[in-house]
Design a protein around this ligand. Structure first.
Ligand code: ZN
Length: 138
């Protein structure tokens, strides 16, 4: 892949089409001072279409956030214009405040200060269950 626009930074590749923006928002990339590029609908032999995010700075990114939104993503670490590391992500076992429980009777719907905690109960189908009311996340 083309990494020529980045000297030191991170390229998040193999993001499903249209999920790039979701990851951009979830990682709060708009708060960075460095250049961030989102490429949408890039051609991919494997996926048909994909999104790519390029971050022109070596920041600490939250792999769990990326894994939750796009478990097939690849993280490429670029240093001095060279790809030095490729990392996969995986579905996190537990997510905190990445999603909201949809159950109106759930305690998190009433107690707004409570953390929204979900645990992975079915890896195959990416099913997460609310820690409090045990309703599945849709
Ligand atoms: Zn709940």
């Amino acid at each position: 892949m083309n990494i020529d626009s980045i000297k030191n930074g991170i390229v998040i590749d193999h993001i499903g089409a249209k999920k790039g923006m979701e990851i951009y928002e979830a990682l709060h990339l708009k708060d960075l001072d460095c250049a961030v590029a989102i490429i949408t609908n890039a051609k991919s032999e494997k996926m048909g279409k994909k999104d790519i995010i390029k971050i022109d700075q070596d920041i600490n990114i939250d792999m769990e956030v990326i894994g939750f939104i796009e478990p097939n993503a690849t993280i490429n670490i670029v240093k001095d214009g060279k790809l030095i590391e490729k990392r996969g992500v995986q579905l996190p076992e537990k997510i905190v405040n990445l999603a909201k429980c949809q159950n109106p009777r759930c305690i998190t719907s009433i107690e707004k200060d409570l953390d929204q905690i979900f645990t992975l109960t079915d890896k195959e189908n990416q099913v997460y269950r609310c820690k409090y009311c045990e309703m599945n996340l849709k």
